[in-house]
Design a protein around this ligand. Sequence first.
Ligand code: ADP
Ligand code: MG
Length: 700
Amino acid sequence: MFEDNMKNNFGCMVFGDVVMKERLPKDTYEALRKTIANGTHLELNVANVVANAMKNWAMEKGATHFTHWFQPMTGITAEKHDSFLAPDGNGKVITEFSGKSLVRGEPDASSFPSGGLRATFEARGYTAWDPTSYAFIKDKTLCIPTAFCSYSGEALDKKTPLLRSMQAVNTHALRILRLFGNTEVKRVVSSVGAEQEYFLIDKEVFKKRPDLLYCGRTLFGARPPKGQEMEDHYFGVIKNRVSKYMHDLDEELWKLGILAKTKHNEVAPSQHELAPIYNEANIATDHNQLVMEMMKTIASRHNLACLLHEKPFAGVNGSGKHNNWSLTTDTGINLFEPGDTPHENAQFLLFLVAVIKAVDEYQDILRVSVASAGNDHRLGANEAPPAIVSVFLGDELTEILNAIENDTLYTCKGKVLMEIGATVLPHFPKDTTDRNRTSPFAFTGNKFEFRMPGSSFSIAGPNIVLNTIVADVLCEFANILEKSSNFKEDLIKIIKETIKKHKRIIFNGNGYDEAWVQEAEKRGLSNLKTTPDALPAFVSEKSINLFTKHRVFSRQEVCSRYEILLENYSKTINIEALTMLDMVKKYVIPAVICYEKELAELLSSKKVLGKAVSTVLEEHLLDKLSTLAESLFTRLEKLEKQVLSVRSIKGKLEHARASHDLVLAAMNELRETVDELETIVSKKHWTLPTYAEILYSVID
Ligand code: ADP
Ligand code: MG
């Protein structure tokens, strides 16, 4: 019974394939399927029929409105609701949803960031349905996943370039497959599974912290007596309240056709993770946006708050989003699955070395795709991959590559598994990778796990980059091999040369180790620690050539995105600094003053009693308090000064750099003093919830 319920409810809010087949006339259904499969144009007469069927279906499910649901460059989703009601001309109303409204919308979206793009063209953009991602109902509204463009065709969103990058990798992966004699495969798609980490805390506690409210992270907080050092939370028993939340979340996600699969507690107290079953990259991206939104909405229902920031608490693990990525054919073959025959393995090795080369050549662009003010606190902290990009392959696969490079015999556990000569390619057993959790980019048996994206990110960015850089290398390989008169020989040559040239990016050791930072430097790998350090690579000629060549971004689109990223960075730091100043003035200073006053009064009343009573404690505390109070004042003034000083900086990059070097630095200093004060000021006066109170706010 329960099982039937689960099955019936799955996807019940999605206008998916089964509903389409059921509700659309056969020829309309076929036309729509063709559009979905080939990305062809949808005729208006077909769209009219689809729209009407969608409307009827949605209204039966209680929907009253529809919206074009899109992903502007803010990184979150946007929607503007229109009701299905329309005047009938006789003073009454009818319900209406036309094909035109389905395929195209014109939101008045002039306040979305465009990095100057729209200003130079049209003031308004338009949204266009992405029929490869199904429409769904959320909050009584029929949501139509759409792309968002300017009238002259510039992408103003994250979906458009993602779709373009999927097209690029499809084109060049197909060329390679044809070279291996495969004529069946029609389409190669990038598959993505995004594991989502998050914190769950009590809503009442959340509301008492302006920093969490405005910035998503705590700007102060002394270390709690118990943090994550016991490692008793990871995979621990899930608390009752959290468990109810997770059930509720799963159910809502299932209704939206999102296959939320695993859930568990993470390392830090009150930190959890949700992983869905993987899907095509654009659908996985849409779904991940919905997962994040639902996590927040449902938390609120349970009087909880869900934190998606990369580093809500200093000294406690941050949250990431592991982006599992692979390439799959429409015939169901995973191209990163090592095969059983030498022929299959040769193909696998070519795709594998293509990724290795892509990651090595474009390490800086991958780094750009995970750069943000929030993620800067996480990358390089001791629980997250460093800002250095490297690839984990596992010992066995690394040895196989070594053997290929050096023309030596590959042996495993004392047994010679194969001969690796000029003509024989290895045949190796599956599932030999061990798990290295410290690697930023790990091969995990049949997919790559990119662990650098931050928990609040849209995964569009990282996947746009992954698809494009791999497409670029596959294109280069295909150009050589298509002209080759001896395919096998040239294939081996490419594999060998690629290993030789790009093996520096392979690292199987502990990525959190300080020694790796030095070793990486010796290898010439880049270590772009902050967002302002990382972003300029995005507008380098190499990057612009890459993206324009594969028609993923135009030069202008790259430049506008670069500007938006820089602006976001500076704005985030400015908001944090202002919040900090406000909190110090409204909470910290009054607390310190009250406590000082209390102590001073006590001290003077004790002094009246003469030498018989000791005042050592009061004097000591007062002394310490006033020293810290002085430092508090100096550092507060300094931060105020720095906030003002960076305002006049004109260049966006210079502004971002100064925000980091001056404002963030002053914030760190101020925080140090506040955190020390927190440890001595009485609880009566310290009204902000402490780390312990926040992290252990969900009790049972
Ligand atoms: P971990 O051990 O990293 O915590 P999980 O099981 O939590 O692993 O998550 C693994 C994720 O990888 C899931 O979202 C899963 O669907 C996804 N995944 C599995 N195979 C592929 C694939 N071929 N391509 C992309 N993602 C995949
Ligand atoms: Mg993982």
